[in-house]
Write a protein that binds this ligand. Structure first.
Ligand code: EPZ
Length: 418
């Protein structure tokens, strides 16, 4: 296992290029199952989660070739409808194969993903929607067994605007008979990206990006060449890092429109932010960091995947702030580690009350989930002394060579063996 060692106190300066979005690449790579023939995807980030989904797709019979950030997938040989526990447990987004497998092979046997550090994360809404499309659903021995001769369009209402639930059902409905309406659908940019690619494949999807999506089923889809959108959470992470260290960082190849919630909050903290085309420049305030309250919400609200990173900023802001986590029931695991670094945080229900301190102090800390690991790296950048972040395999699931990108911005940071 690796650890990352950060020596705090340096201001970040320079340019950082954002990679492809993990949470767009995962459903888009899975969508290759919906068509015969070779799909080519560019700007695919090199991440552990991408490796996991590639091994799952080849387990199902797809042929996969990778070269740099380009991945080619040909699912003409799709023959296996089972996603085994040992693959799904490594990456819960594997459940995204459920809809496409039922649509293409008329059946699927997919391991239930189980919980994860940040919450129970059930998939009941995925299953309810699939049943409404006519699939028979059984749960046996920790597996979902779904089957349907041909899925039939229906009017589906999501109790919660689930991101992967919307993606799963959008893919299933693309090949169903008739029209499907998804109501209270999630609106994340990653869903828009998936729908745009499905439409390029011949699907007929309208309204995506709003909370009502209509999908007119077609009999077949064809393969495409496409590029993955930039990762808004990676971009947001570097924006916070620049403000946190009083730096001057330009984030390039990003999509500022996907970051309005983060830009809005960072401006209130005193960041000097300028947006130009696909770049965002964030200069740290010369008069310290103002505190601001944040509530995580479904897109276009403030993203839950930026909550931990923003909490680090608030832990050294002036005064009190309240961060409420409304999406996941256990997404404050990073708090105990930040408190070991001197942060003054009290948790009350789904809210954290943060009293800014002048400076954090370096300590050995443990990463527990993807975004919490990023927040601990940020804390190390701002802390007095040298911080060691352990179990960084969590980090490698969602950030490509993050320590190299931070080092190129002037951070004293390196990876080492545990
Ligand atoms: C996606 O997870 C992202 N993952 C998460 O990013 C992100 O935090 C989350 O959306 C919210 O934006 C991918 O896209 C691969 P949800 P997902 O279904 O789809 C409840 C990261 O760090 N729910 O929108 O699993 C659920 O428990 C990861 O990159 C049900 O109750 O999230 C949660 O409380 C972490 N039943 C809420 O809805 C269901 O059937 C939102 O979950 C589905 C979800």
């Amino acid at each position: 296992m690796d650890k990352i060692i950060v020596e705090g106190g340096r201001s970040l300066k320079g340019e950082v290029k954002i990679g492809g979005a993990k949470n767009a690449a995962l459903p888009i790579l899975v969508s290759s199952l919906l068509a015969d023939g070779e799909n080519t995807y560019h700007n695919v980030p090199k991440l552990q989660d991408i490796e996991s989904v590639k091994s799952l797709l080849s387990h199902l019979g797809a042929k996969i070739e990778s070269e740099g950030n380009t991945v080619r997938i040909d699912a003409s040989g799709l023959c296996n409808s089972e996603a085994p526990y040992d693959l799904v447990r490594k990456m819960r987004a594997s459940v995204l194969v459920l809809g496409p497998l039922v649509a293409r092979l008329k059946k699927a046997r997919v391991s239930l993903p189980g919980g994860c550090a940040i919450g129970a994360r059930p998939i009941n809404l995925h299953l309810k929607g699939l049943a409404q499309l006519g699939a028979s659903i059984e749960l046996n021995h920790g597996y979902v067994e779904a089957s349907a001769e041909r899925l039939k369009g229906n009017d589906i209402y999501f109790d919660i605007p689930t991101v992967t639930g919307t993606e799963n059902l959008m893919m299933a409905a693309a090949l169903a008979e008739g029209v499907t309406t998804l109501r209270n659908a999630a609106r994340e940019p990653e869903i828009v990206a998936l729908a745009n690619i499905l439409n390029k494949m011949g699907a007929k999807i309208k309204g995506v990006g709003n909370s009502v999506i209509t999908i007119e089923g077609v009999s077949a889809l064809h393969p495409v060449t496409a590029s993955i959108i930039p990762d808004r959470i990676e971009a947001g992470t570097f924006m916070v890092a620049s403000m946190l260290t009083g730096g001057d960082v330009t984030i390039t190849d990003c999509e500022p429109d996907h970051l309005r919630g983060v830009i809005n909050k960072l401006k209130i903290t005193g960041a000097d932010i300028s947006v130009e085309g696909k770049s965002i420049r964030v200069k740290g305030g010369q008069n310290g960091i103002e505190s601001v309250d944040v509530k995580t919400l479904p897109y276009p609200g403030f993203p839950t995947d930026m909550q931990a990173q923003f909490m680090v900023l608030m832990s050294v802001a002036k005064g009190l702030s309240i961060i409420s986590e409304t999406i996941f029931e256990n997404r404050f695991i990073h708090v105990s580690e930040l408190k070991r670094m001197g942060a003054d945080i009290i948790i009350s229900g789904n809210s954290a009350v943060i009293k800014g301190v002048p400076m954090l102090s370096a300590a050995p800390v443990m990463a527990t989930d993807l975004r919490a690991s990023a927040s601990l790296i940020l804390a190390g950048l701002a802390a007095r002394g040298t911080t060691e972040v352990h179990r960084v395999y969590h980090l490698d699931r969602g950030y490509e060579a993050i320590e190299k990108k931070f080092a190129a911005l002037g951070a004293a940071i390196r990876r080492a063996k545990e």
